[in-house]
Design a binder for this molecule. Structure first.
Ligand code: ZN
Length: 241
């Protein structure tokens, strides 16, 4: 049920008067009301393989806690990815989350990773951060992924038990990042633990945050834990393969 019929009508009128423009280039009419065709194609897809995944995990010493990692795109300046991630995280453009999630899900569906039918679990924000932002961007990405893969989303499996410094804003190095998120996540009391979980985040840099979430899940008895992300600034070069 729409609780705000007047707002909905106003938006429809605005869409009629001002056709939605592309969130990246701002000057072309957007497909799906988010991104135009040219900007949607201006995203550098990473070529995933099981060997790539193993190389990435071993390069970042994550092989003990993660069984696989999938990153859909390179986080490269000049492509649409940095603009879209910024819009999603810092400009309140929630529509970008499911759009990115559908793109990731579409690429993921071509891999063998879905055979385990993992439950999608967004990397949690601290309750204070979620209140400030108004939403968890990783949850919105999960929703888009779920639309194309039919995987279930569980936002209530783990939570962030303390407020941590922003890894990106403070430009922490790998060791500082690991220390910063150590013991920052907990399993929700009473949560039922599924056999397979795919943790979802917007960006994976060193993997310290998603690795710490994975450690909690493994200790709780989850047999298979994967990590899925929209993009990584490290690209294919750091996969060590
Ligand atoms: Zn565009």
């Amino acid at each position: 049920m729409n609780r705000f019929p007047l707002w909905s009508t106003t938006r429809q009128i605005l869409h009629f008067v001002y056709p939605p423009c592309c969130l990246v280039c701002r000057n072309t009419r957007a497909r799906d009301r988010v991104v135009c065709r040219a900007c949607a194609e201006n995203m550098e897809a990473l070529q995933w393989s099981p060997e790539w995944s193993r190389g990435f995990l071993s390069h970042h010493s994550l092989e003990d806690v993660l069984d696989a990692v999938f990153i859909a795109f390179e986080y490269r300046p000049g492509t649409s990815v940095p603009t879209l991630v910024y819009d999603l995280k810092y400009r309140g453009l929630t529509i970008v989350g499911p759009w990115l999630g559908r793109r990731v899900g579409g690429r993921l569906a071509r891999t063998s990773l879905l055979e385990r039918e993992p439950v999608l679990v967004p990397v949690p924000l601290h309750v204070r951060k979620k209140r400030e932002r108004g939403y968890n961007q990783s949850f919105l990405i999960c929703r888009g992924m779920s639309e194309v893969t039919s995987l279930r989303v569980d936002e209530g499996l783990i939570f962030r038990n303390r407020y941590t410094r922003s890894q990106a804003a403070e430009q922490l190095n790998a060791a500082e990042r690991r220390r910063n998120v150590k013991d920052a996540f907990s399993l929700h009391p009473g949560a039922s633990v599924p056999p397979s979980v795919a943790l979802v985040d917007d960006i994976i840099t060193t993997g310290s945050t998603i690795g710490e979430c994975a450690r909690v899940l493994k200790e709780a008895g989850v047999k298979w834990v994967g990590a899925l992300a929209v993009a990584s600034p490290l690209g294919g070069d750091h996969a060590g393969v």
